[in-house]
Unconditional design. Structure first.
Length: 275
C-alpha cells in the first residue's frame, strides 16, 4: 500500500513464495492516495486481508492508525508491515532495519558498524529505520542530510544517538570521511527526479547503498561502481525485510534461495509478472 506503488516488486516476491509453499493466497499492489489512506487501511480486516506492507508516503502515518505496534516500530516511529490479528485489530511492525542490515552484511561481509561513519540521505520512514539500525550496529557518527533541514533536526533529536543533521547544500562535503553512504530518498527512482550527489569527495573504499531498486542499477550505484566503491543494491533489502511479514501472515518463514533475486526480476524460469 503506497503512492506510487507501481514500481514495487513485493507482489512478485510474495507470490513466488506463496506458490513455492503451496499456500492459498495472493499478494496485490494497492495504490492509495494519502487522503484515502486511513479509510483504506482500516477497511482491510473487513475485506479479508491477512496483512499489508506499507511503503512511501504512508509509513509514519500508519503507526498512528494501527491498534498496537511492536517496540521496534514504536522506536522507529514508522510501520512497514501490518498483520491483521484474529480479533480484526491491526498490529504494526517495522522490518526495514532488519532488512537493511541483513542485506548490508550479506553484500559486504567485512562490514562492521563499530567506529564507522555514515551519511544518510533523507529523513522519511525508511531513513528512520536505517538510522536506528545503524545506531544499534554501533556506528560512531551519522550525518543525516535532508532537503528540509528542520525535518532532519527533528529526527536527530527524537532518535538521539550520534546523529548530526546536515543541510542539503553540504551533502557533498560530508562525504569526505564517510565509510558508508545510504540513499533513503526516492531520488533516482524511475519516474522521479535524479539524485544530485558528487561522489568525488567520497573515499574509494566507502560503501554506497541505494535503497531504490527500480531501476536496479541506479545512477548513484553506477557512478560509485565506476570509481571502484563497493555497492549495495536495494533489492536485497526488499528480499530480507519481506521475510518476517510473510511469516506473520502465513506462519512460514521463507528462505532466500540463490535464484530468488532473478525470479523476482522476472529472469528466472517460469516467472510471471506481478499481479
Amino acid at each position: 500500500m503506497g503512492w506510487p506503488v507501481r514500481h514495487s516488486l513485493s507482489p512478485r516476491l510474495h507470490n513466488i513464495w506463496l506458490r513455492k509453499y503451496g499456500l492459498d493466497g495472493v499478494y496485490v499492489p494497492l495504490g492509495v492516495r494519502p487522503e484515502y489512506f486511513a479509510e483504506a487501511l482500516l477497511a482491510l480486516p473487513k475485506l479479508g486481508f491477512r496483512g499489508v506492507n506499507i511503503t512511501v508516503p504512508h509509513k509514519e502515518r500508519a503507526l498512528a492508525l494501527v491498534q498496537s505496534a511492536t517496540p521496534v516500530a514504536q522506536r522507529v516511529g514508522a510501520v512497514n508491515t501490518i498483520a491483521v490479528a484474529e480479533d480484526g485489530s491491526l498490529v504494526g511492525d517495522n522490518t526495514d532495519g532488519f532488512g537493511f542490515l541483513e542485506n548490508l552484511q550479506q553484500a559486504q561481509p567485512c562490514w562492521r558498524g563499530d567506529r564507522r561513519r555514515a551519511v544518510v540521505l533523507g529523513a522519511g520512514g525508511a531513513a528512520r529505520a536505517v538510522v536506528v539500525a545503524l545506531c544499534d550496529d554501533g556506528v560512531a557518527a551519522i550525518r543525516l542530510v535532508n532537503r528540509t533541514l528542520s525535518r532532519a533536526q527533528a529526527l536527530a533529536a527524537e532518535l538521539q544517538g550520534p546523529i548530526q543533521a546536515v543541510p542539503w547544500s553540504e551533502r557533498n562535503r560530508v562525504l569526505a570521511d564517510a565509510d558508508l553512504v545510504v540513499n533513503t530518498t526516492l531520488l533516482g527512482m524511475d519516474h522521479q527526479p535524479p539524485l544530485d550527489l558528487d561522489l568525488s569527495f567520497l573515499p574509494p573504499n566507502a560503501v554506497v547503498y541505494d535503497l531504490v531498486y527500480a531501476p536496479l542499477e541506479t545512477a548513484l550505484l553506477a557512478s560509485a561502481r565506476a570509481r571502484g566503491n563497493p555497492c549495495v543494491s536495494g533489492l536485497g533489502m526488499l528480499l530480507h525485510q519481506a521475510r518476517p511479514g510473510f511469516a506473520a501472515w502465513f506462519g512460514c518463514m521463507p528462505e532466500l534461495t540463490e535464484d530468488l533475486a532473478a525470479q523476482v526480476l522476472g529472469e528466472g524460469k517460469g516467472c510471471s509478472s506481478s499481479v
